[in-house]
Design a protein around this ligand. Structure first.
Ligand code: ATP
Length: 358
């Protein structure tokens, strides 16, 4: 029997609540399938670790998880530590060196969930956002001089490489080709950003020639926010830069019903390093410790992890178990207008996993 080694990094806030629910569900899935099992190693990195050690993860941290089959990540963020330290010290400290350059974020309206968009019932909204996850606005290039003085200067340089742009656009075209609509929307801002974004557009046109069976269009990021709200049915697969996609995917999560549902995969498609799976939401300190965090985003991320591990039938079964549970309002947590608790949703999904037709 195959044993998958999973590195679980719950991180901060509700991270530990949703990750322990996710791990429970993964073990239940393995029991249900009977053909594989999980060895889950826990790493207590994050804000509390920082308060004790002055770093978000140990210096040899990546070596400790480099040979795992996948990483299940909760969230990084702490009320007493600046956000740029928690983000760069943990999440980006894993994503970037592990070259997880493709960040994949599916958005659908699951059964039982109501979109805040009046016209949208469900099938009109079925997107996958592909976020460039290794460079661009998050390249980390920049600096500050004359700190605290009147002539202080601060720069953040968005850095795009042709290779980096080509690989993400090609990844997005391939993904679009695998979906029924075979349509890709390339998000840009080449009217204002006349160097990198113009190269981004040029690369899109070049790579598109390799995919004659995929239709594609191009839209400015500002117009994209309008289109997502007004014409959601016109979109399918979407590719955007690191920052643009970060913003658009929060909007996507909101129109799909709740931030608590949305999943994401940080993929190293070449599999030279482990890929990382995480709910899209952050630490949510307002609800931490109350037992009401919605674990669905973590469960859906686990579906993506199972797919990545090559366990497609198990992934499909877990997804239908999730959909059975979201379809039943008794299992809706407060972010969805219900009164269910994390443990209720977890128990509901476990029951659906073990039910005959799940
Ligand atoms: P961070 O700074 O780490 O990104 P945040 O608290 O600023 O975290 P999020 O956690 O992404 O931002 O979410 C904003 C709000 O959405 C939270 O304060 C919480 O009320 C709600 N929320 C997010 N995730 C969930 C969840 N899984 N279940 C229920 N509510 C959630």
């Amino acid at each position: 029997m195959k044993t998958y080694k999973i590195a679980a990094i719950p991180g901060d806030g509700i991270g530990s609540e949703v990750i322990s629910a996710g791990v429970e569900v993964l073990h239940a899935m393995a029991t249900r399938e009977g053909t594989f099992s999980f060895q889950v190693d826990h790493f207590d990195w994050g804000g509390e670790y920082y308060k004790q050690h002055g770093v978000m993860m140990p210096e040899n941290g990546r070596d400790l998880i480099r040979h795992h089959d996948a990483i299940l990540f909760g969230s990084a963020g702490h009320p007493e530590i600046p956000d740029h330290i928690t983000l760069w010290g943990l999440r980006l400290n894993i994503c970037q060196p592990f070259d997880q350059y493709a960040n994949v974020r599916p958005t659908r309206i699951l059964p039982g969930i109501t979109s805040p968009l009046r016209k949208v019932q469900g099938p009109e909204l079925d997107w996958v956002i592909v976020r460039e996850n290794s460079e661009g606005e998050y390249a980390g290039v920049g600096g500050r001089v004359h700190r605290g003085q009147a002539l202080e200067v601060a720069t953040d340089v968005a850095m795009f490489t042709r290779g980096g742009v080509e690989r993400i656009i090609r990844f997005a075209f391939k993904l679009a080709r695998s979906r029924p609509r075979k349509h890709l929307t390339v998000v840009t801002k080449s009217n204002a950003q006349r160097h990198a974004m113009v190269m981004w557009d040029e690369v899109a046109t070049e790579v598109a020639a390799e995919f004659p069976d995929v239709t594609w269009d191009k839209v400015l990021v500002d117009a994209m926010t309008v289109r997502m709200v007004m014409k959601p049915e016109s979109l399918d697969t979407i590719v955007a830069t690191n920052l643009h996609a970060d913003i658009l995917s929060d909007l996507a999560a909101a129109v799909a019903g709740s931030l608590g549902i949305a999943p994401t995969a940080n993929l190293n498609p070449e599999r030279n390093f482990p890929s990382m799976f995480e709910p899209i939401h952050g630490s949510a300190f307002d609800i931490t410790g109350k037992g009401i965090a919605n674990p669905i985003g973590t469960f859906w991320s686990s579906v993506m992890m199972l797919e990545h591990l090559g366990e497609k039938p198990a992934a499909d079964r877990l997804m239908s178990a999730i959909e059975r549970v979201t379809g039943d309002k008794r299992f809706h947590t407060p972010d969805l207008g219900g009164t269910a608790r994390t443990a209720d949703v977890t128990a509901g999904v476990m029951e659906a996993i073990h039910a005959a037709n799940a």
